[in-house]
Design a protein around this ligand. Sequence first.
Ligand SMILES: C[S@@+](CC[C@H](N)C(=O)[O-])C[C@H]1O[C@@H](n2cnc3c(N)ncnc32)[C@H](O)[C@@H]1O
Length: 269
Amino acid sequence: MMIEHDRIYHADAFDLLPRIDDGSIDLVVCDGPYGVTTNQWDRISDIQEFNLKLISIFAAKLKDGGALYLFGKPNCIDFIDYRPFLNLRAKIVWYQPSRLSQGRLNYTNNYDIICYFIKGDRPKTYNLDAIRVAQLVELEHRLRCERVPSVTNGKFGRTKFNEAGKNPGDVWGDIKQLTYKSKELVSRDALNTIQKPEALIERLIKASSSEGDLVLDPFAGVGTCPVVCRRLNRRFIGIEKDEQFVAAANARLDELQREEEGCLFNYGT
Ligand SMILES: C[S@@+](CC[C@H](N)C(=O)[O-])C[C@H]1O[C@@H](n2cnc3c(N)ncnc32)[C@H](O)[C@@H]1O
C-alpha cells in the first residue's frame, strides 16, 4: 500500500513507519511517549532505548539535512549513542513556569526537552527569519552595546541587533502549556500530556521546513502538527493509534478546511 500524504493513519507507528520511503521526509515532529505518565500509551520500560530505536528509523526516512524534533523529559536521550544516526544540534528547553511545583525531596521538573537533530552536518532548512522573537532590550542598553570597541572598530561588523527580532534561543518560556481554559484545547482528555500548543509546533515547522515539504508526525495525538502543516502549506503524514484521537484530529482538519473555504467564499463574494 502506498502511503498517502495529508492524512492521519489510525495505526501503530512501528507498523506503518517501515512502509514510508527512505529519504522522503523533510522534517519529523516526534511528540510520542515520555515514559512518565500512567497513560497506557506512555508506559515504556526504557524510554532511552525506545527513543534510540525511533532515531534510527527516522534517520533512514529523512532526506539529507532533514530535521527531527524529539520531545521528552530531560533524561530522554541520556546514555544512548545516537551519533551513528543523527547529529544533535540543540536541546531546546520548553519551560513551563506555571507547572505545579510540589516536589518534597527534589527540585520539581518544570520543563520539557525538545531534542533538535539533523541528518548530516548542515540543516537543509533553517528559516530563522520566520521564527524571530521580540528583542526585549531597553534602548539605552542597546546603544551601550553598539558603542563597545568590537562593534565600533568594525572587527566584528556592525551590531547584531536586528529590527525583526532575535533568534528564539534554546530556552522557550514564551509559549504556554495549554490549560483547561485554552480555546484551542479539543477536550479535557487531551489536556497536558497530549495536546501541544499550536504556537509551539508552528515554530518547529516554520524553522525546519518550507512550503510543500513533507512532515512526518508519528504520534499525532489530536492532530496539532497536521493542522499546523495544513495551515502553513506543508504536506504531512500523521500516525496515531488511539481511534478517538484520530477522530478528534480529523475533526480539527475538517474545521480548518471549512474556515479556509469560508474565507475564500467571503473573499470571492
Ligand atoms: C504526547 S501525545 C501527542 C500529542 C500531539 N502532539 C498533539 O498535540 O495532539 C502522544 C500520542 O502518541 C500516541 N501513541 C503512543 N504510542 C503510539 C504508537 N506506537 N503508535 C501510534 N501512536 C502512538 C498516543 O496515543 C498519544 O496520542
